[in-house]
Each structure stands twice: as C-alpha cells, then as structure tokens.
Design a protein around this ligand. Structure first.
Ligand SMILES: Cc1cc2nc3c(=O)[nH]c(=O)nc-3n(C[C@H](O)[C@H](O)[C@H](O)COP(=O)(O)OP(=O)(O)OC[C@H]3O[C@@H](n4cnc5c(N)ncnc54)[C@H](O)[C@@H]3O)c2cc1C
Length: 430
C-alpha cells in the first residue's frame, strides 16, 4: 500500500501520481484550503479556474479521507428530506436549494467530459423497501420530488416490480432513481486533483496542519505544520470528519464522527451478476443504519453498512458484512472477500450540511451525513463562489442554525443511545 493512501480497494485500482510535496518553511498565500477530499479539491479547482492563487494542504495523500474510501454511490438530493432543508430557508431560496441538491450529478458529468476523467460512472440507483413504512416514505419522496419537477423516480410498488432489477427476497418493493448512480470515487477525485493542478492550484500532500488560528475580523489566518507556518489571507476548511480536534471548537461541537464499513468481494462472473442485479444499479435499503451495495467495474460486490455511533471498530467487520450480504444474496455464500475497510462520516444533528464562516476570511462546510459524493462537489463550487465574493448561495445555507450535539465531548456515546431507538425500529420493522 502507498503510504498515506486510503485503505480502500480503490487505492489498488489507481495509479499514484504525487500531486505535490509539503512546503519548505513559511509561506504567505492568497487562499489556503485544508483537506484533499471532494470538497477541498473542488474548491481548489474552482478557485484556480477563476484565476486565484490557491494552495491545498492534505495531511496524507489526496483522497485519504472519506472521499477515497466511500461506497461510490452517487445520490441526488440532500441527506434529509428536501422539505426539512427548504423549511429552514426563506421561501425565496427554495428553488435555489432544490437546484443545489440535484446539480452534483451534472457537475460530475461535466467535469469528466472536460478533464477526460473516466471514473466508471454508471446510472441507476435502487432504494429497497423492507416493509410498508419504507414504501410510504418512498411514495412521499416521489411526490415531493415530482412537485419540484424531478421526473426520474420510478416507484416499484411490490416484489414483482422489483424482480427485473434485483434478485432477492429482502424487499417488499422499492424505487428506482434513473438519475442517480455510482462511480469509483478515488479515480474521480484523482482526475479532479489533476485538473486543479493543471489550472494552477498548488497541492501539498503529506502536510498535516497541526494548529489552525482563523484570522480575527479581516485578519489573515495562520496554519501551523511540521515544516513551518502558512499565513493565509483567505482560508477554507474542508477536513470534515478527519479534521477532528484540529477544527475550531464551534465546528467540533456540531459534528459527530460515525463509522461505516465496506467489504469488497473477489470479482464475480458476469452471469452471476446478471442474475443478481442485471442492470448493475447501485442499491441501498431504507433503514436508518442502512446496507448499501453495488457491483463495481471489475465485477466485485462492494457491500457497505454497519454505521457505528460509538466511532470504534472491532475486527468483526468481515463477519458482520458477510452476514448482511448473504441475507440479501444467499447465492454469494462462499465467495472470496478481497478487502474490508472503514471510514469516518461526519454527521450533523439534523443531517443538513453545516456551512459557516469564522471572522471575515475563513469559510467551511462539514457534515454531509453520509451523502457527500455528489453534494460535496457542489459545495466546493459554492465555497469557491463565496471566497470570490459571490456570497448569495453560501450565505443562504450558512443562515441555517446548527445545534451542538448534546453531551459535549461525550457526544458520541449520547448519539449511540439515541440511535439505538432507530436501530430497534429498523429491526422490528415498525
Ligand atoms: C465508508 C464510507 C462510505 C461512504 N459512502 C458514501 C456513498 O456511497 N455515497 C455518498 O454520497 N457518500 C458516502 N460517504 C460520505 C462521503 O464519502 C463524504 O461525504 C465525502 O467524501 C466528504 O468529502 P470531504 O472532502 O468533505 O471530506 P474527506 O473526503 O473526509 O476529506 C477530508 C480530507 O482532509 C484531510 N485532513 C483532515 N485534517 C487535516 C489536517 N489537519 N491537515 C491537512 N489535511 C487534513 C483528510 O486527510 C482528508 O483527506 C461515505 C463515507 C464513508 C466513510
């Protein structure tokens, strides 16, 4: 494994160009971005394209965090019901907020075309309903989205309607989103980072920022790392759940790190894939602690789930995920497992991403709550707009007040207790 690469199977599939060395000594930069995931790289790319001098600092290698190890499920929309997002904004921002929720897909398509990125992008996303409450929720979602003009949702009201799309007894029905899909996230991110470099952004890998001092008022911010200090006239914090205790306190208080794990099997024959998921759509069930899975371009089943609200990992990931996978597809019994890994998801109290500003010159977004593949690229664009002085969309989302997690530094155990109810509800199919 390349030092500093994410532990995911994607890391085995990509070439590892160095995107840039740590800086030698002190620097004074126009815009500094902390974090080399989808959010940070999108900010750097968008700002470099606008002609800004931008330096990105990544503690490990580009994609080390959630962006290089996620399920690759490209979901349209916000993490939570759109009505909840819209309800927190003035009516005049409703249309803008809807558009922001669904523009991530087109941004990815455009970026791939413009920069010649081939991240094995495929469309088709199946929601699996495990019982009637899920079917009611899917119907509500279809109605809500249709009301906003979204036409790509197809309700599959019963098991017979699901049968052409997936061969399992697990679901009573579901919904197919023809507009969402899946991709290899690390291939896409590497393509974006290459494009950012070509546009003039300077990327520093292996450069962990140990201390962040956001500028007060209009003052510059200071970033301390092992090789010196960066004085940044403008600063974007895009470290999300991996920024951890380095983040300013008000950001820490509003983000809880939870873990999700993924297992990749050895490649499965085309015939067997055709029998299980003929159109190779991505699938997620409707539980709170959901299973999400897909076949990747090499025919490996990538099966994810097992959100842990205690943010701890044991060595039973493989057993747990195998059991979950065999429940859905008993015919995969005995299939070889190539790799398991896990990563940190940053969630907010209400599952709406937390946009914010510190002083006049520090911007951040965190907490995509497990739904960042499409949304983080859009957010990177909105952050870049704000840095460039076009603050309309950023300010609208930053006006949403985010509550700190109850429990302070003990917030994760408190969250675990709260989530136990939802898991029980999933198990009892209430
Ligand atoms: C296992 C897993 C599965 C997921 N599956 C999906 C999915 O299928 N679909 C979906 O939409 N979303 C999914 N997500 C969520 C999605 O991956 C994230 O929302 C998204 O990648 C967040 O991107 P980001 O750039 O904001 O953060 P990250 O990708 O986490 O990037 C942050 C970067 O900042 C760097 N960093 C942190 N602190 C510092 C520091 N002090 N100095 C320098 N650098 C620092 C980190 O090393 C990291 O590379 C999943 C997440 C996980 C963990």
């Amino acid at each position: 494994m390349i030092a500093g690469s994410p532990p995911s199977i994607y890391a085995d599939d990509v070439d590892w160009p160095s995107f840039g060395e740590p800086p030698e000594g002190d620097q004074h930069v126009d815009v500094a971005v902390v974090g080399g995931g989808f959010t940070g790289v999108s900010v750097a790319l968008n700002l470099a394209e606008k002609g800004y001098s931008v330096h990105l600092y990544e503690a490990e290698r580009i994609g080390y965090g959630a962006s290089g190890r996620n399920g690759g499920q490209l979901c349209q929309g916000w993490t939570t019901d759109f009505s909840k997002v819209a309800g927190r904004l003035p009516a005049s921002d409703r249309r803008m907020a809807w558009d922001v929720g669904v523009m991530g897909r087109q941004i990815i398509i455009d970026r791939c075309e413009r920069h010649g990125i081939d991240p094995d992008l495929r469309f088709g996303y199946l929601y699996g309903g495990l019982h009637q409450r899920h079917m009611n929720e899917l119907q509500d979602m279809k109605d809500e989205w249709a009301g906003e003009g979204y036409k790509d949702l197809e309700l599959l009201p019963d098991a017979a309607a699901m049968a052409p799309h997936i061969n399992t007894d697990e679901y009573v029905g579901g919904m197919l989103d023809h507009g969402s899909g899946h991709l290899n996230p690390l291939k896409y991110l590497h393509g974006l980072a290459g494009a950012a470099k070509s546009a003039g952004a300077v990327i520093h890998e292996h450069c962990r920022i140990n201390r962040i001092v956001p500028g007060e008022g209009e003052g510059a911010s200071m970033l301390h790392h092992d090789h010196g200090v960066v004085r940044a006239d403008r600063l974007v914090l895009a470290g999300n759940a991996y920024l951890d205790r380095t983040a300013p306190r008000m950001m820490q208080q509003r983000l809880a790190p939870v873990t999700s794990a993924i297992m990749a099997t050895a490649p499965i024959s085309d015939n067997q894939i055709r029998d299980l998921i003929p159109d190779r759509v991505a699938v997620a069930d409707c539980n709170t602690a959901l299973n999400y899975y897909r076949f990747d371009a090499r025919g490996r089943m990538l099966f994810g789930g097992r959100a842990s609200y205690l943010a701890q990992e044991g060595n039973d990931i493989r057993r747990d995920l195998t059991q979950r996978m065999l429940r859905v597809f008993p015919s995969l019994k005995g299939v070889e497992v190539e790799k398991t890994w896990w990563g940190r998801i940053g969630i907010t109290v209400d599952r709406i991403p937390h946009f914010g500003k510190i002083g006049q010159n520090t911007w951040f977004v965190q907490g995509f709550s497990g739904h960042g593949v499409a949304l983080s690229g859009t957010t990177g664009m909105i952050l870049a707009e704000a840095v460039a002085g076009d603050t309309g969309r950023f300010d609208a989302f930053a006006s949403i007040r985010h509550l700190p997690f109850p429990g302070g530094i003990f917030r994760t155990p408190a969250l675990a207790i709260g989530m136990a109810w939802y898991k029980l509800r999933d198990q009892l199919k209430l």
